[in-house]
Design a protein around this ligand. Structure first.
Ligand code: NCD
Length: 299
């Protein structure tokens, strides 16, 4: 394994590294209480709202036996006293913090702290850039469903432009051989995404019968000033609801990184759909984060 000290995006992982993380994920799911990091210290620094990722990392760290410190921005000298991120990293390292899990609205922030910190940094989402552990848990959920991803077509639908989840998931799916189709309006999915070896589609209805899996995305309204098209236009063209569910293949699964907005990218019929895998994604998230921490720290 060529795994690095920190996990900033899926570029840091080869296909072999990803498979190693998935093997450990499966082992942690079989045996969730596993103190393989007993006595190690993890600091969670979340500068942006989070329910799933924050809780999931906390549970993962505690199951591994780590000491957990949760820092929120208002408690940090970084915010009010002019301390730089680099000096914050030096300070935490001197106290014996082994790992920092960081979420930040600015793209590149976790990479900066990784450059200054002597331990391990895990990116828990930076701006619209990357969210590697979410991508890993999404791909793990797909592998559980399909065994292999070669020959499978996975669609990512909606606001791809502003979605760090999509940016990381596209890389991982590509690396594991899935065929990726991105579906959305020009304002949320510029045509040049097709350069990354993925297909860009505008017409969800045309693509629907060809898909093995659909990953829906929330419109990231906090990342742009004005909605470029009306909610009604978006819903008419891209919402997954009863009519479109009826045109899916019987084996197609539907996923969402959460939080999902009922009435926008999906309606209630999706939540009752047999192929809806959201709860499985969330469940796998804990063991994925245990595996990432274990691989980075224990090697
Ligand atoms: C996402 C995020 O914060 O990037 N959620 C998550 O971590 N599961 C997606 C979103 O906010 O839409």
């Amino acid at each position: 394994m060529r795994i690095r000290r920190s996990l900033i995006d899926l570029d840091d992982l080869s296909a072999e590294d990803i498979r190693e993380i998935f093997a450990r994920t499966a082992a942690f799911e079989r045996e969730p209480e596993n103190a393989s990091l007993a006595g190690r210290v993890c600091a969670n620094m979340f500068f942006e709202q989070s329910t799933r990722t924050f809780t999931s990392f906390n549970i993962a760290e505690q199951r591994l036996g780590m000491h957990v410190v949760n820092l929120s921005p208002k408690e940090m000298s970084l915010s009010g006293k002019g301390e730089t991120i680099e000096d914050t990293a030096i300070t935490l390292g001197a106290m014996g913090v082994d790992a920092i899990v960081m979420r930040h609205p600015e793209a590149g922030f976790p990479a900066r702290i990784a450059g200054a910190f002597d331990g391990h940094v895990i990116n828990a989402g930076d701006g619209a850039n990357a969210h590697p552990t979410q991508a890993l848990l999404d791909i793990y959920t797909l592998l559980e469903e399909f065994g292999e991803l070669g020959g499978r077509t996975v669609a990512i639908v909606g606001d791809v432009l502003h979605s760090r989840v999509a940016h990381s998931t596209i890389r991982g799916l590509h690396r594991l051989g899935a065929s990726v189709v991105l579906i959305g309006p020009e304002c949320f999915l510029p045509g040049d995404y097709a350069d990354d070896g993925v297909r860009v589609e505008r017409d969800l209805d045309a693509a629907i019968p060809t898909l093995d899996a659909i990953i829906l995305l929330r419109i990231q309204r906090e990342r742009f000033a004005a909605m470029p098209l009306s909610d009604e236009e978006y819903v008419a063209a891209y919402q997954l609801g009863e009519r479109r569910l009826g045109r899916l293949r019987e084996s197609t699964v539907v996923m969402h990184p959460g939080p999902y907005n009922r009435g926008m990218e999906l309606d209630d019929s999706v939540l009752a759909f047999a192929g809806w895998r959201y709860a499985k994604q969330v469940r796998h998230g804990v063991a994925i984060r245990m595996a990432v921490l274990d691989v980075l720290i224990n090697g």
